[in-house]
Design a protein around this ligand. Sequence first.
Ligand code: ZN
Length: 127
Amino acid sequence: MPDTKFIKSSMKIPQHPTLIRRSLQARQKELQAKCPVLAASLVTIRRACGNPNCRCARGQKHPGHYLTWKVKAKTHTAYVPLDLLPQVKLWTQEHRRLKQLVHQITQLSLALIQTHVSAQRRKSGRS
Ligand SMILES: [Zn+2]
């Protein structure tokens, strides 16, 4: 039995290489972007518009949607127009889905390497 102790996962990893390969292939097929992909977080930021007569000057600030992402520990921000919000939400969700898939594929690939030795032993034992 392979040592899979260091693999941290809620995903059930099959023990047999054939099953691992099948599981891998299914995920490889899913690893295709169905829309643009955004590795950023959607946040709501409340801001004052600067007009001293506006209600925001008395504390009722205007909520706006922004994307934030990090490049070399520096956080960047981009304003998201309201009419684009539903699409942008999907694009960030697509990134999460792909990231999860890459994570699972990594675990299955590692499992494949780990079962390789015991599979070889089984093969040579049979012949
Ligand atoms: Zn205002």
